[in-house]
Write a protein that binds this ligand. Structure first.
Ligand code: AMP
Length: 191
């Protein structure tokens, strides 16, 4: 199995670009945010616990998302690998992922990072809010907290994966969705 991480700040276009990569390489696209939103929609205990954190723009506990990912690694077989979107988001999650992969005799192919400037994040999220209706896209305070959380807790992963020689970046701005898709697919091809 091949394992890729799709990385970038909120609004970078990870979800938008994931489909084309997953389809081309027969990967299972796993978005921890989407999985959490379905738990909320289904009204599960986990969903209830996650909702307040997500609505405030905070991260859910590492153990929650690590458990989801591990379950998928153990059960999903009908693909050539995984495209992880929104996971890992902390250094602790990245270390847990390393442990999960080495326990399975597997390793990470690479991190596909889509970068956009902070000034574009808000504009992109505002555009998405109108289309997807996500509660965490609707409040300015939540968006600000997500951006701050990204810089404080998730951005350190750039160094983490750079040191491991696994970090590959494309610019997600400027450019149309199609132009960014070309960049992303060319990058994956080169990994
Ligand atoms: P996303 O759809 O990736 O923007 O995620 C939406 C929200 O779900 C985030 O703002 C977090 O509250 C939560 N979330 C998603 N993935 C993770 C993760 N790997 N670790 C912690 N919280 C997460």
């Amino acid at each position: 199995m091949k394992y890729y991480i799709l990385f970038g700040p909120p609004g970078a276009g990870k979800g938008t670009q994931a489909g084309a990569i997953a389809e081309k390489y027969n990967l299972r696209h796993v978005s921890t945010g989407a999985l959490l939103r379905s738990e909320i929609a289904a009204g599960t205990a986990l969903g209830l616990e996650a909702k307040a954190l997500i609505d405030a723009g905070n991260l859910v506990p590492d153990s929650v998302v690590e458990g989801m990912i591990e379950h998928l690694f153990d059960t999903v077989r009908d693909c050539s690998g995984f495209l992880l979107d929104g996971f890992p988001r902390t250094v602790a999650q990245a270390e847990a992922l390393d442990r999960m992969l080495s326990a399975r005799g597997e390793s990470l192919e690479g991190v596909i990072s889509i970068m956009i400037p902070d000034s574009v994040i808000r504009e992109r999220i505002a555009g998405r809010a109108a289309v997807e209706g996500r509660a965490d896209d609707a409040s300015e305070a939540t968006i600000s907290n997500r951006i701050a959380t990204y810089h404080a807790q998730t951005e350190p992963l750039v160094d983490f994966y750079r040191k491991a020689g696994k970090y590959f970046e494309v610019q997600g701005y400027p450019g149309s969705i199609e132009e960014v898709r070309e960049r992303v697919l060319a990058l994956v091809e080169s990994i």
